[in-house]
Ligand binder design. Structure first.
Ligand SMILES: [Zn+2]
Length: 183
């Protein structure tokens, strides 16, 4: 009698835990959508497309990727890699809604694009600090590699520099290289 009761109790406890786990996953996914929407300036549907697309292409579980997104201010490499392959998601983002667009973030996306490009010439994303910028720049993968070997150098479109925080090191008709000042 007692064993039956307790195994039934185990059954329901397990069921409750499963349901709770499923609910936790749903909540985490909703949170991750919100975080990505804010970070990338996308609407919620767009953020979900990025999350789902990234999870699929790296074959990771959606809720696990969602947890990684929520857990850190650093965007997971799975997301970065997906954006590097599908930069149209970033270009589609609305100018006003994009709350956080750091040079560092776009530098990571560009680095990933470069890695996939090999030695070819590419269209990279402008790495300027202007949250409204959606533009691209033409730069060879090799030039970008050399540039990014220094931590404080960024490739931007000429005129996109922010003099308060950075100095133009060199520029040509296509792009400028800025050095971010520390402090
Ligand atoms: Zn720019």
């Amino acid at each position: 009698m007692e064993t039956t009761q307790s195994s039934e109790g185990d059954f329901w406890r397990e069921r409750a835990e499963q349901l709770e786990g499923a609910l936790d996953s749903r909540i985490t996914i909703e949170q991750a959508k919100g975080v990505l929407a804010e970070r990338l300036g996308l609407d919620i549907d767009g953020a979900f497309s990025v999350l789902r697309g990234a999870a699929r292409s790296d074959r990771v579980k959606l809720h696990e990727l969602a947890r990684a997104v929520v857990a850190s201010n650093e965007t997971p490499v799975t997301i970065i890699r997906f954006l590097a392959r599908h930069p149209s998601f970033l270009r589609a983002s609305s100018r006003d809604e994009r709350a956080v667009r750091t040079e560092q973030f776009f530098r990571r996306v560009n680095e990933t694009m470069r890695g996939e490009l090999g030695n070819g010439d590419g269209q990279f994303l402008c790495e300027c600090g202007n949250i409204a910028c959606n533009e691209r720049l033409a730069l060879s993968a090799e030039d970008l590699r050399v540039l990014h070997s220094a931590d404080d150098l960024f490739a931007i479109l000429p005129g996109h520099e922010i003099p308060e925080i950075e100095t133009v090191v060199t520029h040509n008709g296509y792009y400028a290289i800025v050095q971010k000042r520390v402090g």
